[in-house]
Design a protein around this ligand. Structure first.
Ligand code: PEP
Ligand code: MN
Length: 302
């Protein structure tokens, strides 16, 4: 074949993966998911923070203000809790959604909260800004099909035992049904390792970014199960190219009804946000909600 013929020869069509609409092959540009005044998947590194569960008004409102003042973009909190034991706190259901909604009203933060069952979608949708699908429901295809008809963005967590391909197929259920406002979340997978609650698969962020156009955030709280691991893992998530984080914060972790051991105190969260904001520009990101550190003039005069 002459050089000219070689150039003119059409490239063989790349075979589409089973997650067609989710694939970068059908949508090469990064997708942005807009929530309130923020876009997830762009230069702003988005932090969703708040307690594991909504417990009562003072806890929810106190923590909402703590994360807002620390620089969080979005408030999290579970009203429907997927607990391993049926005897553990199961969440406050609609009462909890009302508390979240009050916290949104007062702080101006958008809210993300989990919907566990198709029968609760209308209710949760009427309060939430982002509908969360938990790890245990990541392959609940009837729930995903129903959420594909929602006009609200969906935060889809990776299932404990799912490969990246299976995970992206779950996302495809949402896109195939017409909802392309999907945010992915790596929250650790189940492995033989027991030193952490789950094994944070940070390289999945690279695999997901390579294969799809959807934004992906990292949840270092459920991944590690240890509050003191969360700051370093959060910085690692920023460095590996995640679009943001989901972090558990509690105004009083020692009294939390759920996941206190992995929840940051408001002070630790504030420190972490400052550190992330100063690192973000090195990775092509920004955190506009954290005021730049002001030089300490007294220090300079020493
Ligand atoms: C949560 O974020 O509240 C939660 C239950 O997480 P996961 O589904 O990742 O376990
Ligand atoms: Mn939790």
């Amino acid at each position: 074949m002459s050089d000219a013929t070689k150039e003119a020869a059409p490239k063989p069509a790349q075979k589409l993966p089973p997650y067609k609409l989710t694939s970068r092959l059908t949508h090469p540009e990064d997708s942005l998911v807009r929530v309130g005044q923020f876009a997830i998947g762009g230069p702003e590194f988005i932090v969703m923070a708040g307690p594991c569960s909504v417990e009562h008004d003072p806890q929810m409102l106190g923590t909402a203000w703590d994360v807002k003042l620390g620089g969080a973009h979005i408030l999290r909190g579970g009203a429907f809790k997927p607990r391993s034991s049926p005897y553990s706190f199961q969440g406050l259901a609609e009462e909890g959604l009302k508390m979240l909604s009050k916290a949104r009203e007062l702080t101006g933060l958008s809210i993300v909260t989990e919907v566990m069952d198709s029968t609760d979608i209308d209710l949760v949708e009427s309060y939430a800004d982002i509908l969360q699908v938990g790890a245990r429901n990541s392959q609940n295809f009837s729930l995903l099909k129903r959420l594909s008809k929602s006009r609200k963005p969906v935060l889809l967590k990776r299932g404990l035992m799912n490969t990246v391909e299976e995970y992206l197929c779950s996302a495809e259920y949402l896109l195939a049904g017409g909802n392309d406002q999907v945010i992915l979340c790596e929250r650790g997978i189940r492995t033989f390792e027991t030193s952490t609650r789950n094994t944070l698969d940070l390289s999945s962020v690279l695999a997901i970014k390579e294969r799809t156009h959807l934004p992906v955030i990292v949840d270092p709280s459920h991944a590690s199960g240890k509050a003191h691991y969360v700051p370093s893992l959060s910085r690692a998530a920023l460095a590996v190219g995640a679009d943001g984080l989901m972090i558990e914060v509690h105004c009083s972790p020692e009294t939390a009804l759920c996941d206190g051991e992995e929840s940051l105190t408001p002070e630790t969260f504030r420190e972490l946000m400052r550190s992330l904001a100063s690192l973000a520009p090195h990775f092509g990101r920004q955190i506009s909600t954290v005021a730049p550190a002001t030089p300490n003039l007294a220090e300079g005069q020493k």
